[in-house]
Design a protein around this ligand. Structure first.
Ligand SMILES: [Zn+2]
Length: 229
């Protein structure tokens, strides 16, 4: 289950120049879903909704009810509400550090740092609702700070959103040893025609004469007109 942090109408949770965190988190979630679905035996669902804010309890209740195997909450970070230099990427697990969640967090964090080149703030622990109230492996990623002008440029960009999604998926695929779906290339039916040519003439009447001769001998013949420069 993918959880794009916050919602379209959540107060706050936006950059000093009014870019919504959810615009980023929902875009990354869409890319993660599409990428994960290129692996065998993966079903992806969303905890959030693009239409309305979904309370945290509803999100974790849904995950527990569906008994999903893994819960990945996607966020971007903020330090206060005005521009500042706080920067980098961090991933969270619950303070009890569940073994599988910690492994997954390490893999995702590592791949996020490799693919973005941003500061590695490491894997941390926090008593977040989505980590505490989920009964399965759960992690929360913070993909850079939207209170940092330079990182916000990235966060707004489609390329960075895709990069983050690819890194998250790589971590998940490594953790669960996912295999890519086999894509069978569509069969190409090539039709081959063997054409027999007996002559080529620049004078039409010579071609007509040969056609007559061939037809007299019982061959089916046609004239193909070729325009040459
Ligand atoms: Zn957030």
């Amino acid at each position: 289950m993918l959880d794009a942090g916050h919602g379209p109408n959540t107060p706050g949770k936006r950059s000093p120049d009014n870019f919504k965190e959810f615009t980023f988190t929902s875009a990354v979630a869409n890319y993660v879903k599409a990428l994960l679905e290129s692996y065998e035996n993966v079903t992806v669902c969303f905890a959030h909704s693009n239409k309305e804010d979904v309370p945290l309890k509803e999100r974790t209740d849904k995950a527990n009810r569906l008994q999903v195997n893994c819960y990945v909450s996607i966020h971007a970070n903020a330090y206060g509400t005005i521009w500042n230099n706080a920067n980098g990427i961090e991933t969270y697990v619950y303070p009890s550090k569940p073994k599988e969640a910690l492994e997954l967090a390490n893999r995702v964090q590592k791949n996020l740092i490799i693919s973005t080149g941003l500061t590695d703030r490491g894997v941390k622990t926090a008593d977040f609702h989505v980590l505490r109230e989920t009964s399965m492996t759960a992690i929360l990623v913070e993909c850079g700070f939207y209170t940092n002008k330079e990182e916000l440029v990235l966060i707004r960009s489609d390329v960075y959103q895709k990069n983050c999604a690819e890194a998250i998926v790589k971590g998940i695929a490594d953790q669960y040893k996912l295999k890519k779906k086999k894509t069978t290339p569509p069969k190409k039916e090539t039709k081959i025609l063997y054409r027999v040519q007996v002559g080529a003439f620049s004078e039409k009447k010579n071609a007509d004469n040969l056609i007559k001769e061939l037809k007299a001998k019982g061959y089916e013949a046609i004239i193909v007109t070729v325009y040459q420069e």
